[in-house]
Write a protein that binds this ligand. Structure first.
Ligand code: PEP
Ligand code: MN
Length: 264
């Protein structure tokens, strides 16, 4: 398998402009769940940048659990992300939900994300396998590590090996958190694959106050990167407000992380 350690013993380093995921330093990706407006995205981007994030996240295509929830600004959202990149210098990460979005993604963003619900959308995986953009591949809601790696293999088999695996919590019997963060996936993956790992404690816990402890634990356990949802006004966020950190809270988390490991 192309993604296996047997195939390649050396760690894969995924370069996103001048940022390397999988190197000696922790990369922090931060931003809102969804791009809501130019003003919202720019405000949050400037704040997370000031606190040390080097990549900005924000969804433009939002396949929500309910069809009546906010579905994203779509192409308009991608244009906002491109403006944010231009003005802040931060690389931008966004979810791609259909092969029909490939050209727009190539044009406007730096990294494409495959959402948990699409981890086994094989047509989508084959499509990003042909793209010239790094891919964040989220673990499916109830996917085993082996299934997740086979999904990564679909992308690699198409020729794109710039893959970052994202653990974002899996579904268990425990309702106290939105999902259960499988931190043991980090040492398991480090043995099985050369691909770098990003941990998303925001979707894993679903609760703001649980995000920082799990982010710190992830770094201590050997994660290569973190993806954190941050919003300047979480109470009025159009999606995932309850798990979004206030900017100052994100700043405190960054300071804590600096004490655990070197950060980009
Ligand atoms: C997201 O990153 O905003 C998202 C929808 O995540 P997931 O696919 O992990 O639910
Ligand atoms: Mn979200």
């Amino acid at each position: 398998k192309l993604v296996s350690r047997e195939f390649k013993t050396q760690d894969t380093r995924v370069a996103i402009n001048n940022v390397v995921v999988g190197g000696d330093r922790i990369v922090v990706i931060a931003g809102p769940c969804a791009v809501e407006s130019l003003d919202q995205a720019m405000t949050i981007a400037k704040q997370v940048k000031r606190y040390g994030a080097v990549l900005f996240r924000g969804g433009a295509y939002k396949p929500r659990s309910s069809p009546y929830s906010f579905q994203g600004l779509e192409e308009e959202g991608l244009k906002i992300l491109a403006r944010v990149r231009e003005e802040t210098g931060l690389g931008v990460v966004t979810e791609m939900t259909s092969p029909s979005q490939a050209d727009l993604m190539e044009q406007y963003v730096d990294v494409v994300q495959i959402g948990a619900r699409n981890m086994q959308n094989f047509e989508l995986l084959k499509c990003v396998g042909k793209m010239k953009k790094p891919v964040v591949l989220k673990r499916g809601l109830a996917a085993t590590i082996q299934e997740w790696l086979m999904s990564a293999e679909y992308i690699a088999a198409g020729g794109n090996t710039d893959i970052i695996l994202c653990e974002r919590g899996i579904r268990t019997f425990e309702p106290y958190t939105r999902n259960t963060l499988d931190l043991s996936a980090i040492p398991v993956l480090k043995k099985l694959t050369h691909l770098p790992i990003v941990i998303d404690p925001s979707h894993a816990t679903g609760i703001r106050e649980k995000v920082s402890p799990m982010a710190r634990a992830a770094v201590a356990a050997g994660a290569d990167a973190l993806m954190i949802e941050v919003h300047h006004d979480p109470d009025n966020a159009l999606s995932d407000g309850p798990q979004s950190l206030y900017p100052e809270q994100f700043g405190r988390l960054m300071r804590d992380i600096y004490t655990i490991a070197p950060v980009v």
